[in-house]
Design a protein around this ligand. Structure first.
Ligand code: GRG
Length: 325
């Protein structure tokens, strides 16, 4: 059979993303139709349904699809979606919760998110804070009550445990606290050894951004009954993708504009945040990204997965690196 041209492959991947985004959006709307208390649900819907790439939900679905393809009798796409969608949507709720809190005046103090006013600019700080809390807890409720009964309860318990770990002191909240603690210390970090700088950057971002990305890939695979060897490869791939996503994000802060980013650019430099770009500069950050791209692609070709089963995961890594928003 003739190999696809680059353009054909690109169109295929765009369709792949669009189809999954559509399913995720539709399901999220369904999970968020409640109205009591009305202002709280409005605020929750405002942030969850305000666009976004849906990268984490799609990573969850793609990891599930990669594992499903290896099954003796691969399940149909629809079955995979039905099994994984509650968890994929829960991840988007947790992500939205963290964005609401991140934008609050006490943290990043940003007025814009995804090209719209930040949640607290529309609903006020009190409701925004509570909507963030509610989304975090509702995400767990969705996993516990909407995951199909065919899934082993021990797997559901593991999902809730690992999601809590990804959010809490070992995850996003811990990473955010370190991010705050080191804000303003760029010069000190620059004058430390490369090794210390790398360790600090890794410590912040592995938890602040990496933890939810790791959970996204792990949970999709776990729901499909992945073998330990598959989980191991996906964990390494998730660490590589998480780091690459963060460096790309740091670069976008200096190269992007408010229209494509949907939020205020240049804030990391202005706030003297410790990021790859503020510590090592754009050139070195780009070189590191290239290394991570090569490493991530090689990881998926190490013989554990059939190469065809991970085509979309590879494209997702490249998308996370080369995106403009
Ligand atoms: C409530 C769980 C929770 C945590 C509170 C505020 C906080 C502690 C942590 C901050 C975590 C955070 C906002 C990390 C930044 C991650 C990041 C780069 C977000 C942008 O992700 P994209 O580009 O956004 O995937 P879209 O809009 O496409 O979804």
């Amino acid at each position: 059979m003739r190999e696809k041209t680059v353009t054909e492959a690109h169109i295929d991947f765009s369709e792949y993303l669009d189809r999954r985004r559509l399913f995720v959006e539709q399901r999220l709307i369904g999970y968020l139709i409640a109205t009591d208390p009305d202002i709280l649900w409005q605020s929750m819907r405002y942030s969850v349904l305000s666009g976004g790439k849906r990268l984490r939900a799609i990573l969850c679905l793609s990891a599930a699809e990669a594992v499903a393809e290896a099954a003796a009798v691969p399940p149909k796409e629809n079955e995979v979606f039905e099994t994984v969608m509650p968890c994929a949507c829960a991840i988007e709720m947790v992500h939205a919760s963290s964005l609401i809190h991140d934008d609050l005046p006490a943290l990043d103090n940003d007025d814009y998110r995804r090209g719209k006013l930040a949640n607290h600019k529309v609903f006020g700080e009190a409701v925004a804070l509570l909507a963030g809390n509610a989304l975090l807890l509702y995400a767990n409720e969705v996993i516990l009550t909407k995951t199909p009964s065919s899934v082993d309860p021990s797997v559901i318990a593991a999902l809730v445990t690992e999601l809590a770990r990804a959010c809490g002191p070992m995850g996003m909240v811990g990473g955010q606290v370190d991010d705050l603690a080191f804000t303003g210390s760029v010069d000190a970090v620059k004058s430390s050894s490369d090794n210390d700088g790398d360790l600090l950057l890794e410590r912040i971002h592995c938890r602040k951004t990496g933890a939810l990305i790791r959970f996204s890939l792990w949970s999709g695979a776990k729901l499909m009954g992945a073998a330990l060897s598959e989980l191991d490869v996906l964990e390494k791939f998730a660490n590589t993708l998480g780091l690459a996503f963060q460096i790309a994000d740091d670069l976008l802060d200096v190269t992007g504009d408010i229209k494509s980013l949907g939020k205020t650019p240049g804030k990391d430099v202005q706030a003297k945040k410790v990021t790859w770009v503020t510590v090592y500069g754009s050139e070195r950050s780009r070189r590191r990204l290239k290394e991570l791209e090569n490493d991530g692609l090689a990881l998926l070709d190490n013989g554990v997965f059939d190469p065809a089963a991970t085509t979309h995961l590879k494209s997702l890594l490249q998308y996370a690196i080369h995106r403009s928003s």
